[in-house]
Design a protein around this ligand. Structure first.
Ligand code: NDP
Length: 502
């Protein structure tokens, strides 16, 4: 508080005033006077309270916490966040559902966002992932189309299982993520009982400038806990904000949720020879070939004081990496490098990184100036151009990124040379269904698929159902037969259809 601070009611410009509840009128029962500026200010500001909600991940919850290093991975990365055992870094973690609006229910069947901001001394590192290791599409050009199918139908203004299954059945690459979504992990019990994944392949660079590819995993220390489909539906009618309440109350009571961060590492040589495309976001890296390596523990221990200021205004971008962490040729990552900051500039404005929750608490030195809502002093008297002869801002060559060797001789649209890579959309979901899921999980997943596909309607119903059934059959015949039976579909006719489509 400054010397002039006081505790009297004021306008936004600081004028002290008295009448906060009674508007000035011509006599006790007369019309309102235009000069009651307090009335205008209150109403005008109220009218401007809403900012555009996020196009995806609109409904979310978040908290601050601490990331602590428990294992030395400096052989892979020189990032300062990893540079010492016991090192602690402040973090913000925002969870979310994906398809719903800001007021939608927390227990919808949907992936969950898992976006972390690490406030490191070398800048803010944002790891903007989900609670699933894969995604529905592997090319960013499909992203907007896909999301449209998760939102409302342009005519009915209703969510539409027909749109969703039409898109999924026309994009078999989505099968892996659809299977996970349809398992009980599609309805986690709040945000504390699910894993998090960086999802994309990123790279790590060590002090010798050697590069490794990496996947980030965050394993819940609370244990996996899921709602069944009916439990999720029941919770939706009981408490739309279940996950928000669960997270807030756990932290308030001192029961701080934790995740163990682990990485999978792949050398550049391995990336050239593995039998799948390691940059395809619809694929995982098998644990048996790329074992999990411990890194640290992430604990959430502080609720935000103000939801709008610190969670609604928080902005995460996969482009925000730091020295020692880099990108990869994952097409979806490359697309998100551009689109996330673009979305924030639209939603929060060009100076969104000055909003306190987004601001790097360490040094920010650059020549960006002006723009709407510039609130950080705008560089004061310092030069607004580079290079110059006046300020002390220097280039530090030790931060130079190593150059990259590319093997492609020509730009291409897709991975034609994939081994099992590009077009095998079935092996990994099959492994999940057959080798990982328990009998109960298998049964629940099939029942959830039948429930979800029962919503397909309209003149193209049979086409869409049959097309999707073909994908389930290719993944696992018994799965396909059981879904078909649940939907009342004649399997023999489907098999004929499948043969015709081959
Ligand atoms: P592993 O047996 O080593 O690991 C299986 C993984 O599947 C575990 O991480 C497990 O999580 C997770 N899992 C269990 N049930 C589900 C579910 N319903 N939805 C999503 N994940 C689930 O197998 P592999 O590494 O060889 O992979 C086999 C299959 O497992 C993959 O094709 C993929 O579908 C799935 N998977 C693989 C991951 C990976 O990074 N390799 C990550 C997640 C899933 P938990 O820690 O709770 O045991």
């Amino acid at each position: 508080m400054s010397e002039q601070a006081h505790n009297k009611l004021t306008t936004a410009s600081g004028r002290i005033y008295v009448e906060n509840e009674n508007t000035k009128t011509v006599g006790p029962r007369g019309p309102v006077l235009l000069e009651d500026y307090i009335l205008h200010e209150k109403m005008a500001h109220f009218n401007r309270e809403r900012i555009p909600e996020r196009v995806v991940h609109a409904k979310g919850s978040g908290a601050f916490g601490t990331f602590t290093i428990t294992n030395d991975i400096t052989q892979y990365s020189k990032a300062k966040v990893f540079n010492k055992l016991g090192k602690k870094t402040k973090v913000l973690l925002r969870f979310s559902t994906v398809g719903g609006e800001r007021g939608s229910a927390d227990t919808e069947r949907d992936p969950r966002g898992f976006a972390i901001k690490f406030y490191t001394e070398d800048g803010n590192w944002d790891l903007v992932g989900n609670n699933t290791p894969v995604f529905f599409v592997k090319d960013p050009k499909k992203f907007g189309d896909f999301i449209h199918t998760q939102k409302r139908d342009p005519y009915t203004n209703l969510k539409s299982p027909t749109m969703m299954w039409d898109f999924w059945s026309l994009n078999p690459e989505s099968l892996h993520q659809v299977l996970i979504l349809m398992s009980d992990r599609g309805t986690p019990v709040g945000y504390r009982h699910m894993h998090g994944f960086g999802s994309h392949t990123f790279s790590l660079i060590n002090a010798k400038n050697e590069k490794f590819f990496v996947k980030f995993h965050f394993k819940t220390a609370q244990g996996i806990k899921n709602f069944t489909d009916s439990e999720a539906a029941a919770m939706k009618s009981k408490d739309m904000d279940f996950s928000q309440r669960d997270l807030l109350e756990a932290i308030e009571s001192g029961d701080f949720p934790k995740w163990n961060m682990k990485i999978q590492v792949m050398t550049e040589a391995e990336a050239r020879t593995v039998t799948f495309n390691p940059f395809d976001l619809t694929k995982v890296w098998p644990h048996s070939d790329f074992p999990l390596i411990d890194v640290g523990t992430l604990e959430l221990n502080q609720n935000p004081d103000n939801y709008f200021a610190e969670i609604e205004q928080s902005a995460f971008a996969p482009a925000h990496v730091v020295d020692g962490i880099g990108y990869s040729p994952d097409k979806m990552l490359q697309g998100r490098l551009l689109s996330y900051p673009d979305a924030h500039r639209y939603r929060l404005g060009g100076n969104y990184e000055q909003i306190p929750v987004n601001r790097c608490p360490f040094a920010v030195n650059n020549y960006q100036r002006d723009g709407q809502m510039r609130v950080d002093g705008n560089g004061g008297r310092l030069p607004n151009y580079f290079p110059n002869s006046f300020d002390e801002i220097k280039i530090d060559e030790s931060y130079r990124e190593p150059s990259e060797q590319l093997e492609s001789t020509i730009a291409d649209w897709y991975d034609r040379n994939s081994k099992i890579g590009g077009n095998d959309h079935y092996s990994q979901p099959r492994a999940l269904f057959r080798e990982v899921m328990t009998k109960e999980e298998q049964d629940n997943t099939i029942s959830n698929v039948i429930g979800a596909m029962s919503g397909i309607s309209g003149p193209k119903r049979d086409l869409i159902v049959n097309r999707q059934l073909c994908h389930w059959f290719r993944m696992d015949e018994d799965f396909g037969r059981r879904v078909a039976a649940g939907l009342g579909v004649n399997v023999d006719a489907v098999m004929e259809n499948m043969n015709a489509l081959r």
